[in-house]
Design a protein around this ligand. Structure first.
Ligand SMILES: Nc1ncnc2c1ncn2[C@@H]1O[C@H](COP(=O)(O)OP(=O)(O)OP(=O)(O)O)[C@@H](O)[C@H]1O
Ligand code: SF4
Length: 292
């Protein structure tokens, strides 16, 4: 994404008249490219269906990355029809402020910023049912008008499936994002089609580890061979498996990081291992980019 301002026209192929028609969209892409040129890594979190733990994972990825106080981290929630990030991050009722240089995100820590449509709603229960173009406009505004500052990581929590929001975010962030996936062949095909590098797959709610005897029980038997088979079939890394732990929901409902609450639990350790893979991936990319 760092190169968007200089090659914005590459994103606007077509005849002259088609290009004129796309001019405003290209201008937005260029503007967003300029705005986000100070973001080192943009990580999209995708899932095939709702309720698989994508927002929970995004929030814990943000917490874990921000535990290194030398890193600047931001979490952007573009699940416009069901934003759950404010609750999980303990920010319900917070509002976004306008500053001279745009909207100021809400800070959980000095180095952890959060932006969500939830901050713009009157009440957490307000339903937001917007059609594609309006959603697209809001995503554009989030990327262009939020004063993110210099960031090491921008994590984007997306809605389930592959919808208008996905097409918008991919278009606006251009082709150099990184993706962590939960679930799902359809999303993988989507990423491959739009040429997004895939960091790997996370299997969530993978077995239940009994807190007493530490036995693992398979509550939801894996379909189609589970994440291992999916990753083997598609030559993708399996970043890790997070077991089911009801204490995760409790920490999230109270707006706290489960990683801080019960760091020794198998689920917290699984999250940490996955985060380590993501950090390694990002460091390798940085090293590659500095040599090209
Ligand atoms: N490993 C886990 N063990 C137990 N509960 C979990 C786990 N991961 C997530 N949950 C719980 O599952 C529920 C759904 O999680 P979450 O809201 O993160 O899903 P989602 O995929 O983002 O859903 P949506 O896309 O509909 O917003 C939440 O109550 C969350 O606390
Ligand atoms: S494995 Fe089942 S029966 Fe044994 S201690 Fe754990 S929850 Fe109880």
């Amino acid at each position: 994404m760092e190169d968007v301002p200089s090659n914005a026209n590459e994103h606007c192929p077509g005849t002259q008249s088609e290009q004129a028609g796309k001019a405003s969209s290209c201008a937005a892409i260029a503007e967003i490219g300029e705005k986000l040129s100070t973001v080192k890594h943009k990580i999209l979190v995708l899932s095939g269906k709702g309720g698989v733990g994508k927002s929970t994972f995004s929030a814990h990825l943000a917490h874990a990355l921000a535990s290194d106080v030398t890193k600047e981290v931001a979490l952007l929630d573009i699940d416009i029809c069901g934003p759950s990030v404010p609750r999980i991050m303990g920010l319900e009722g917070e509002q976004v402020h306008q500053s001279g240089s745009g909207w100021s995100p809400v800070y959980v820590e000095d180095n952890l910023a959060v932006m969500s449509i939830g901050f713009l709603l009157g009440s957490p229960d307000d339903a937001v049912i917007w059609r594609g173009p309006k959603k697209n406009g809001m995503i554009k505004q989030f990327l262009r008008d939020v004063d993110w500052g210099e960031l090491d990581y921008l994590i984007v929590d997306t809605p389930p499936g592959t919808s208008d929001e996905h097409l918008s975010i991919v278009q606006y962030l251009s082709a150099t994002n990184e993706v962590s996936l939960q679930d799902v062949r359809k999303e993988i095909r989507f990423c491959q089609k739009v040429k997004l590098p895939i960091i790997g797959v996370v299997e969530n709610m993978s077995g239940f580890v009994c807190p007493k005897c530490k036995n693992t029980s398979q509550i939801f038997p894996p379909t189609s061979g589970g994440a291992e088979k999916l990753c083997a079939d598609l030559s993708l890394p399996l970043l890790g498996k997070v077991p089911l732990d009801p204490r995760i929901a409790r920490s999230c409902d109270e707006g706290r990081s489960f990683l801080n609450d019960i760091p020794e639990s198998p689920a917290a350790q699984a999250y940490q291992k996955i985060v380590q893979h993501i950090q390694d991936y990002c460091s390798n990319r940085e090293a590659e980019q500095s040599t090209t």
